[in-house]
Design a protein around this ligand. Structure first.
Ligand code: ADP
Ligand code: MG
Length: 478
């Protein structure tokens, strides 16, 4: 039996967060009434000329610098010709032979902590097309051209990934970079960040690549992972049956979790690229690149390494926090306001808080529990006022808007019982109520000890200090 190895390369489209379009002054804001944000340039009317948006160029350069790429001193816009209703000009302005960003690289951390470099062939600037809406009217397709002319960078990777997991790690890292740089909102539901996945198989150990298929327009990490995994299995099936993989474009159906053929190589478009005569080549002075480099914000891996040295966090924790700039900022604000161990803050943020956010479909920036409030809660765990278990109840109450930790602890009487005589009364009562278990313990059944602890905790409504309860029980039973 042959062992197969997957070969995967991604083309990621990132919408740039400029206020106006790449070649016109129309707004790029999402969600406007159809066709209210498409001007004569976006509509491809005759007699108008495109004018390049400098901000889009700056953003592409920022991205190039973040991935250690070469910024081309001279790049050229080209026309990519094809016919489709959402492309009124009959061509898309893109970059072909001379893209603005070339030869970048990105490191991903695999599960076994091994670092792997993924090559980035190029990132070029282009305009987005409009949208065809198939569900609006029966028997008709509607066209909304608001998106036409929205600036994109298309980031093309080398075929360096070997599994869906690696592809997702890479894609998440690109996502995190564009969010850190502030050049895209990365909103996948709105299509601001989407991906085409190229997949082929080869016998393990072989150098030559097999024939690939390209799965178009995946707009969630989960879909990318499922589509690639499905495609890997499908291609292995074809190859093991003695067949050949056909080079083609495929679509992923989220309903069935399958990919299906959209068009084969024979039907592929011939784009007849040529330099756009309406646009001058983009010439970038080194000064501009240097100025942009000097203003680059802290990047995810820089933040991760700083968090790990500054707060003594493990590499994995630091990376988890640094995946999102907002999450890392929340952590840092929390850490500033608490004397508790940074590790406790990480556990709460990646555990209880993240789970609550997920459940309510909220972003960290929308958290009803602010970093200061969380810090207040951690302080009460740290100084022994409440146990970790009670803290979870207090957290729930903070989440639903009952106030900060201190006021909830006071009003609900949740303060931990640390008074020895009070605890002793509880312990004595439990021992007195359970003579059989006391007997068992004394005759050597150590396991019953946990039962006593549980009973005391229960009697105290979870408020007894667990360590003191343990000590007292040992003493009494000893
Ligand atoms: P095209 O111009 O048809 O889009 P490219 O050569 O630019 O083709 O490649 C597009 C993407 O496909 C790149 O991300 C590249 O890494 C990937 N790719 C190329 N060959 C293979 C292959 N044999 N298997 C998997 N991915 C591939
Ligand atoms: Mg392609």
């Amino acid at each position: 039996m042959t062992a197969w190895e997957a070969v995967i390369g991604l083309e990621i489209h990132v919408q740039l967060d400029t206020r106006s379009k790449i070649f016109s002054a129309a707004s790029t804001a999402f969600g406007a009434e159809p066709n209210t944000q498409a001007c004569a340039v976006d509509l491809g009317l005759p007699g108008v000329l495109p004018v390049l948006n400098l901000e889009a160029v700056r953003m592409a350069i920022m991205f190039g610098l973040a991935i250690d790429a070469t910024i081309a001193q001279r790049s050229v816009f080209a026309r990519k010709n094809y016919f489709y209703p959402d492309l009124p000009k009959g061509y898309q302005i893109s970059q072909y032979e001379l893209p603005i960003v070339e030869r970048g690289r990105l490191e991903i951390t695999l599960e076994n902590e091994v670092q792997k470099v993924i090559g980035i062939t190029r990132a070029h600037l282009e305009e987005d097309a409009g949208k065809s809406l198939h569900e609006e009217f029966e028997d008709f397709t509607a066209v909304d051209l608001n998106r036409a002319g929205t600036p994109l960078i298309e980031v093309v990777s080398e075929p360096d990934m070997r599994s869906a997991k690696e592809a997702i790690l890479y894609m998440k890292k690109i996502h995190s970079i564009v969010r850190y740089l502030g050049i895209s909102d990365g909103n996948m539901q709105e299509g601001s960040f989407r991906c085409d996945a190229n997949v082929s198989m080869r016998p393990a150990g072989e150098d030559a690549y097999g024939t690939r298929t390209e799965i178009k327009n995946l707009n969630s990490f989960r879909f990318v992972e499922r589509a690639i995994d499905f495609e890997i299995e499908r291609q292995i099936g074809v190859l093991e049956d003695g067949g050949e993989v056909v080079q083609e474009t495929r679509l992923y159906d989220a309903g069935t979790g399958e990919t299906r053929s959209m068009r084969s190589k024979e039907e592929a478009n011939d784009y007849r690229y040529f330099p756009d005569p309406d646009l001058l080549p983009v010439v970038i002075a080194q000064d501009m690149v240097d100025a942009i480099r000097a203003q680059l914000p802290e990047l995810p891996w820089e933040k991760a390494s700083r968090l790990s040295t500054e707060y003594g966090l493990k590499g994995h924790d630091a990376e988890t926090l640094a995946m999102s700039r907002e999450l890392a900022e929340y952590f840092e604000r929390t850490a500033k306001h608490t004397d508790a161990d940074a590790k406790l803050a990480v556990n709460w943020i990646t555990g209880e808080l993240s789970a609550a956010l997920n459940q309510d479909h909220l972003e960290i920036t929308e958290s009803p529990v602010s970093s200061t409030m969380l810090a207040g809660l951690l302080n009460r765990i740290e100084d022994g006022t409440i146990s970790g278990k009670i803290a979870k109840d207090v957290f729930r109450s903070m989440w639903t808007g009952e106030g900060d930790a201190d006021s909830i602890i006071e009003s609900r009487g949740l303060r931990q019982i640390t008074d020895d005589s009070e605890l002793e009364t509880l312990v004595d009562q439990v021992l007195q109520d359970n003579p059989k278990q006391v007997e068992q313990f004394r005759s050597g059944k150590d396991k019953v000890f946990g039962f006593f602890v549980g009973q005391v905790m229960k009697q105290s409504g979870g408020k007894a200090n667990p360590k003191q309860v343990n000590d007292l029980l040992r003493k009494k039973l000893g």
